[in-house]
Design a protein around this ligand. Structure first.
Ligand code: HEM
Length: 141
């Protein structure tokens, strides 16, 4: 292999412009949003209320991170948080699975409406038909 040139070394310090270009946009955040939503749903089904609520609060943080990196989506993201995420959190807090599931399916429709609105009609998220394999959903004290 050829000798590494000094330019090829890992940078010790990045410029602000370079750091800015590294910030994740929605295309990078949304797969994480989908995974948290999936985990939230099946945690609620398993009556693991703290885990379900935690997943949803982390999802909200990801949406707010998207507002910082891609401000043009702020209005839609805040509306979704207010109209969909917060009512679901309230249903989880009240341990009301029927209300939660109803709100969850409405939220999936609302998210896919937003994908259409932002000219990505081919992005249609759907809930996987099985629980996430990497988490034990059994409720704990
Ligand atoms: C729980 C709610 C949501 C889920 C599960 C979800 C899921 C997804 C998924 C899976 C993708 C495709 C990512 C990939 O490339 O694999 C995506 C993309 C996208 N989503 Fe969402 N989404 C949600 C809410 C929202 C909301 C509230 C907005 C509001 C603006 C939004 C706007 C977008 C946009 C604009 C893209 C395209 C990314 C880009 O081109 O930068 N989504 N979403």
């Amino acid at each position: 292999m050829a000798d590494a040139t000094p330019e090829a070394r890992n940078p010790e310090r990045l410029e602000l412009e370079e750091l800015t270009s590294l910030q994740p946009g929605l295309a990078r955040l949304m797969p994480e949003v989908g995974a948290r939503f999936w985990k939230c749903f099946y945690a609620a089904r398993a009556a693991n209320w703290p885990l379900a609520a935690w997943q949803l609060r982390e999802l909200r943080k990801l949406l707010r991170l998207g507002e910082v990196t891609r401000p043009k989506y702020t209005g839609d993201l805040e509306d979704f948080i207010h109209n969909d995420v917060e009512p679901m959190l309230a249903a989880l807090e009240a341990h009301e699975i029927g209300r939660f599931e109803h709100l969850f399916h409405d939220a999936v429709d609302a998210a896919n409406d937003l994908h259409r609105r932002w000219d990505k009609p081919w992005i249609v998220w759907k809930l996987p038909d099985h629980p996430p394999p990497d988490l034990d959903l059994t409720p704990r004290e």
